[in-house]
Design a protein around this ligand. Structure first.
Ligand code: PSU
Ligand code: MN
Length: 320
């Protein structure tokens, strides 16, 4: 029987990422599910390229977009690979998370990595900072169904990964489609510090505020870097969530975001959408309901997170 290959043996690191690792330069992992499942073409490709450029705004910082291809975990994609992922026909790219990584690796072809799968690959490659748009979490209705419906127990594997993989994950808050207070409780239970940069309320993904107090606020990215450095140094095993609000000029007003999320959630229930298809379905529905404004917010917040992550990675190695 052949010896199964480990995560490390399956990793293919691009030449640029490999030399950045060797030279001790700041590195930022980027995920690929938001390219294949989170945003429409061409915004998905624009955001993938702009995120890489945003990481590079910090001197010496190098982006490493992660995806699965033909049984390999790629860490660092070139422009051609990004385009292939962004233009693949709907439904042809799998969504690889911790529970679906083995299937994605055994089937051949492309798979996009979610937060959980990207963290697994980034850790094995030696990368400590990762930027995404919004993490997955406890879905509304996960713990208690609406009258007549059972609890779905749909809790993203992103949360378990944050509990067990030491890495800083920069986001604009848990996705607004979630039960945000329950998501915070889950992260607390799993030992994940949640740092919000520059404001007292937790960022609300499409909106500046989730209308939930931030568990802890740091003044700026340097302040976040200091806490992240201590947390990772302690070796507790868990990750750290760093939340930065969506840029003001494209943020959705809180009531607009809330109404769209509530309507989309009700529509998903009526349509019977559940499981891994739910998050992408809701994002598409919210885009329709907001006339595209949610997509503008989503793309801007992803790029902003990548820029912040580049700075954070530089602080962590003491070069900024
Ligand atoms: N951030 C975005 N858009 C996305 C995602 C994050 O702005 O589409 C993806 C991430 O890959 C995250 C996933 O891990 O959504 C969560 O999916 P689920 O709820 O099925 O675990
Ligand atoms: Mn799920």
């Amino acid at each position: 029987m052949p010896i199964p290959s480990t995560v490390s043996e399956r990793i293919v690191v691009s030449a640029e990422v490999a030399s950045a690792l060797e030279d001790g330069r700041p590195l930022v992992a980027l995920e690929s599910t938001l390219i294949s499942h989170g945003l429409p073409y061409p915004q998905n490709l624009e955001v993938a390229l702009a995120s890489e450029a945003a990481v590079r705004e910090t001197d010496d910082a190098v982006p490493a977009t992660v995806a699965v291809r033909d049984g390999r975990l790629l860490v660092g994609l070139d422009a051609e690979a990004l385009e292939a992922l962004a233009t693949a026909p709907a439904g042809s790219v799998r969504k690889a998370a911790r529970p679906t990584m083995a299937v994605a690796l055994s089937e051949g072809g492309w798979a996009a990595t979610t937060v959980s799968a990207t963290m697994i690959a980034a850790r094995a490659a030696g990368i400590r900072v990762f930027a995404t748009g919004g993490i997955g979490g406890v879905h509304r209705g996960a713990l208690a169904g609406s009258p007549g419906a059972a609890a779905s127990l749909d809790i993203s594997s992103d949360l378990e990964e944050l509990g067990r993989t030491p890495m800083a994950v920069v986001c604009a808050g848990p996705k607004a489609i979630l039960d945000v207070p329950a998501t915070l409780e889950y992260l607390e239970t799993r030992g994940v510090p949640i740092l919000t940069v520059g404001q007292a309320e937790l960022p609300g993904f499409f909106a500046r505020s989730a209308r939930v107090p931030a568990p802890h606020t740091v003044a700026d990215i340097a302040g976040a870097g200091a806490v992240v450095g201590v947390h990772l140094g302690l070796g507790l095993g868990s990750g750290v969530l760093v939340c930065v609000p969506v840029p003001r000029e494209v943020a959705l007003p809180e009531d607009v975001a809330r109404d769209a999320v509530e309507r989309a959630t009700a529509d998903a229930e009526t349509a019977g959408v559940r499981g891994p298809a739910l998050t992408p379905w809701l994002l598409v529905r919210i885009a329709e309901l907001t006339g595209g404004a949610s997509v503008r917010a989503n793309t801007a917040l992803i790029v902003n997170d990548a820029r912040v992550a580049g700075e954070l990675a530089a602080h962590l190695i003491g070069s900024a």
